[in-house]
Design a protein around this ligand. Sequence first.
Ligand code: HEC
Length: 151
Amino acid sequence: MKFVSSAVLFAALTMAAAPVLAQDFTGQVKARQGQFRIMAINLGILGAVAKGEVAFDAAAVKRATDTLAAVSMIDQGPLWPKGSDNMAMDGTNALPAIWDNAGDLGAKWAAFGESVKGLQAATDAATLGKALGATGGTCKACHDANRAPLG
Ligand code: HEC
């Protein structure tokens, strides 16, 4: 009898504790989504130059590529806590696959960072366009594996 009642008590405690243990990862999700927005904005700036819509201005291109390089150096670890996937909470498109495939997100993030070197080396619209294709490929590779299809 004693065993049963302590088992019941344990179950009750566990249930009572669950809401307290559930963490609020809204800040981490907003931060990682914000960094992606910064990336998209700067990719757009460079895309307009590559397409010839905006003249190649080395200083402006450097500002955008430096920004991308800076974002690529943000440590991703703290931005992706376990339990911040789109099955566990609202407001995110991060797939649980991120936490099932340890290391994949980091490797794909590193590939993005590496591709930024190509952007920084561009000297005209044509070389910038080529490098942008490579960077865009790293965005897509990670989205295909780790981001829910946008509805
Ligand atoms: C290492 C993986 C990875 C790389 C590299 C990556 N993304 Fe993403 N991106 C994601 C994931 C995962 C999400 C969903 C994040 C969430 O909703 O919590 C996302 C979301 C986004 C969003 C939506 C942000 C929002 O406000 O919800 C944009 C825009 C975006 N990415 C653009 C880009 C661009 C542009 C690149 C390349 C320059 C890029 N991403 C590279 C994984 C990646």
